[in-house]
Design a binder for this molecule. Structure first.
Ligand code: ADP
Ligand code: AMP
Length: 222
């Protein structure tokens, strides 16, 4: 049986950090729509050309583009054991489309884990975030610096600061993408009893312990 999970939370809450670890430990496909969009921008594809300015402003990319991109990703064989969704779905239309796709595979979301954290901590995390050009490995200047300044420990590529991690865009993303857009998605899943909340403001290993506890609890009830 597959295990399909959603990690939700404002930008910078630590979803990607936990998702990368969990996906590799459990053999799940880590699907981060933000990473996929940045790759499209870098490669100059039609999707990337359309998304670039939208992302730089901190707005959401239109649902039809995201849903088509996600549908194609879900057709890859590495998703058969399950998926760990990071940054998708972000709107009700995306959540409904996801349900339709999973229904077609006779699968369903097992849990929506919500990362709770306040805005000032997000600003601290995102102003120090650095990611690598090759594979989006995630660092923090203070709490997780690379061994060699400016270079990814894992693949040697250059680290850079995302355009949308500047403080003004961080605040705009929080308002537009979390405070306004996420509520209907949370309601959608709350109504089905799937939402589990964690305190994401704690150190990485404590957050990891709590998330693992929730996922192990699902396994036990499966
Ligand atoms: P998201 O995927 O939710 O946008 P990231 O996983 O990229 O968030 O984390 C944002 C920044 O915060 C990164 O620089 C990351 O290294 C750092 N970070 C992640 N989890 C924690 C934590 N529990 N405590 C402190 N910093 C963290
Ligand atoms: P992230 O890496 O998750 O912070 O996403 C970076 C940016 O990509 C967001 O600010 C949005 O502009 C865009 N994006 C990522 N995922 C989605 C999505 N599911 N729906 C709409 N826009 C998205």
């Amino acid at each position: 049986m597959s295990l399909d999970l959603i990690l939700m939370g404002p930008p910078g809450a630590g979803k990607g950090t936990q998702a990368a670890r969990i996906a590799s430990q459990r053999g799940l496909a880590h699907i981060a729509t933000g990473d996929m969009l940045r790759a499209a921008v870098r490669d100059g594809t039609p999707l990337g050309r359309e998304a670039k300015a939208i992302m730089a402003r901190g707005d959401l990319v239109p649902d039809d583009l995201i849903i088509a991109m996600f549908r194609e990703r879900l057709s890859a064989p590495d998703t058969e054991q399950g998926v760990l969704l990071d940054g998708f779905p972000r709107t009700s239309a995306q959540a409904e489309a996801l349900d339709g796709m999973l229904d077609g595979l006779r699968r369903q979301i097992a849990s929506v884990i919500v990362f709770e954290i306040d805005l000032e901590e997000l600003v601290r995390r995102l102003s120090g975030r650095r990611v690598c050009r090759a594979a989006e490995h995630v660092y923090h200047l203070e709490s997780r610096p690379p061994k060699v300044e400016g270079i990814c420990d894992e693949d040697g590529s250059e680290l850079y600061q995302r355009d949308d991690d500047r403080e003004d865009v961080v605040r705009a993303r929080y308002e537009k993408q979390w405070v306004s857009a996420a509520a209907p998605v949370l309601d959608y899943y709350s109504g089905r009893g799937l939402v589990q909340r964690i305190d994401a403001s704690r150190p990485r290993d404590e957050v990891a312990g709590e998330v693992d506890g929730l996922i192990n609890g699902l396994d036990a009830h499966a």
